[in-house]
Structures are given as C-alpha cells and as structure tokens.
Design a protein around this ligand. Sequence first.
Ligand code: GLN
Length: 380
Amino acid sequence: VAKRLEKFKTTIFTQMSSLAIKHGAINLGQGFPNFDGPDFVKQAAIQAINEGKNQYARGYGIPDFNAAIAERFKKDTGLVIDPEKEVTVTSGCTEAIAATMLGLINPGDEVILFAPFYDSYEATLSMAGADIKCITLRPPDFAVPLDELRSKISKKTRAILINTPHNPTGKMFTRDELNEIASLCIENDVLVFTDEVYDKLAFEMEHISMASLPGMFERTVTMNSLGKTFSLTGWKIGWAIAPPHLIWGVKQAHAFLTFATSTPMQWAATTALRAPDSYYEELKGDYLAKKQILEQGLKDVGFTVFPSSGTYFIVVDHTPFGLKNDIEFCEYLIKEVGVVAIPTSVFYLDPEEGKNLVRFTFCKDEGTLRSAVERMKEKL
Ligand code: GLN
C-alpha cells in the first residue's frame, strides 16, 4: 500500500456490517436504510434503462440533472446558479469529497477539520498531501470552539471542512457559528468545503448552507447526494456546487477519477430532485418517528444520550455499562447483546477522544429499532 494510505484500515462501516452478518446482530451501525427508496424514482431508472440511456454521460453531468440540481439549490438556499458552469455530478458525495480535495488542495496546504469527522475526509486529504489541522467538538452540544478555530488559522490555511447536519453527532451548525466561520474565512482568504448530505434530515433547527451567507458562495464548495434523501445509498449519485473558478478543479479531478457517473441513474435522480415538497415532508415525518423510538429507547436502556438535531444518527456515552472503551463496548454489544453500533474513536485523529462515545443509526424500520432496544434492555 502506498505510504499515503498506510495508516488507514478497512473502513469501520465495512467491518461492522460484516460482523453484523456474522453474528446475526441487528445492524444499527452503517447508515443505510433497511427499507427501499420510492417507487417513482426506481421506475424512472427502469424507464431510462429501457429507453437506451445507457452510454457514457457527459463528464460533469447530463444537462437535465445539472438543471434539476440548480433548481433544488435555489429552492433550498435562494441562490441562483448556472447549472452548466457551477455544478459537477459525481459518483456519490464521497467522490465529490475526493474530487474537491484532489482538485483544490496542494501538498502542504493546511485544511481544518472538525473531529469527530467522517472517515473519508482524512483519507482523501492524505491522498491530496494536505496538512490536517483538527479541532475537536465536545459533548454535550458539540459546539464550535471559536477561539481555538481562530488560533488554528494560518497563512497556509487553504480550507475549512464543514459537515452539517453532522455525522456522527447529529450536531447542526448554528447561524452564529456559520457567521463566525464565514467572517474568519473572508478575513483570511480561506475556502469552505461543506458536506450537506443530511440536509433534508434536519429535525430540531433549520438547515443553513454556508454558501447562502453573504460573500460565501464565491469561496464555498457545497456537496450533496441522493442517497440519504431518497433512501438509495447504493446508487452513489452526488454532486458539487461551486463558482466557476473552484468547480474547475473539482471537475478536472472528477474527469480523471471516474470520468462520468451512471447515465440512467442521473435520469432517475433528475426525477427525484423534482419531487414535490410533500415528499420531503413525509420523509422527515417518518424519520422523526424513528428518531423518537431510538432516542427514548437508548435513554430507557441507560445510556447518556446526546441531543441529535439532524442526520439519522444518535451518539451516546456508553460508560454507564463499565466497558473500557468504545471498541470493547461495540464488540460486547455485537457478541453478547446482538446489536451493532459504530465506535466513534475512528472519527478522531486521537482515538482517545472518542473512547466514551458510540453511534447508533435510526434509518431502519420501526420494528427493527424496537427489537434492538428490547435486546439492549434485556442484556446490557
Ligand atoms: N455514511 C454512512 C455512515 O456514516 C456509511 C458510509 C460508508 O459505509 N462508507 O454510516
């Protein structure tokens, strides 16, 4: 393995999902729904395939999908963007993240990350040769320590990476936090890369896109995807939105990473993004019910549960159960209780910082959530 990837192991999601199968445990680990995406989107994919829309797509996206992304962005943020010059379609947000890092970061550039962070951020920054500066968000509210952020910005800082709603904690960046980060970025000429794949799963507050703040569109790459919003995580359809001078880098990296993204799925994704508002309201309502079941259940089991404002994740403190760290707790939970959760220490540069926390997902049908809670009540 090349040096730049030496320190990375099999991703924790892959590890935990194989253990779930091996032990017949209920999988509240890896974030994928155990129910299917909507029929109208699946039918659109089948139709596109049957109509012969099966050859390479235009590299940066089929024109209709780029247009649908721009329409959606306008509805969500009020910003009018050029679908041809400011959008690149990618194979999932994970590719958008990689293309953004590889297309806009030079070796030695500093990039600021907030821990805990989604594992691909560190790996792709490492591939790009970035110098990672990490700031830890701490329970119970995982607020941004603004003084620390201010002190970490230097002449070499190229970008700050934000993820809101935030995986794994469910934290949502508040308007005040975003405003502060925005003024620091403007003052110091720093970019923002923002991963907003859980934007439609915002329960406790309004989702705010960094790009919509004054002066920020021109220095922001906004990334999103279809997977979470349409319960189709296996389709791997994502995109990046940025002004022409930034999207150029993303587009060039994408051109040589995957060249283009699945054509029929882009047609289906076009139909998906044009869904009426009622679709999004229903999705949120369904998830809110699931969230309440898991949240209450985890409290009843005896965990210290941290408030989750968005995403389909909840982070808890497992220490009331007396196991040494998050890895040991998760092993015990799989083998003795039959439930899978994600240990969070893998989301920190210093694993010690995450040793008390584990993440559960509620993107499962209500029966599955209830059974998992029952198992934990009985056996923990
Ligand atoms: N984003 C999903 C999660 O956090 C999983 C992604 C993956 O398996 N790589 O659970």
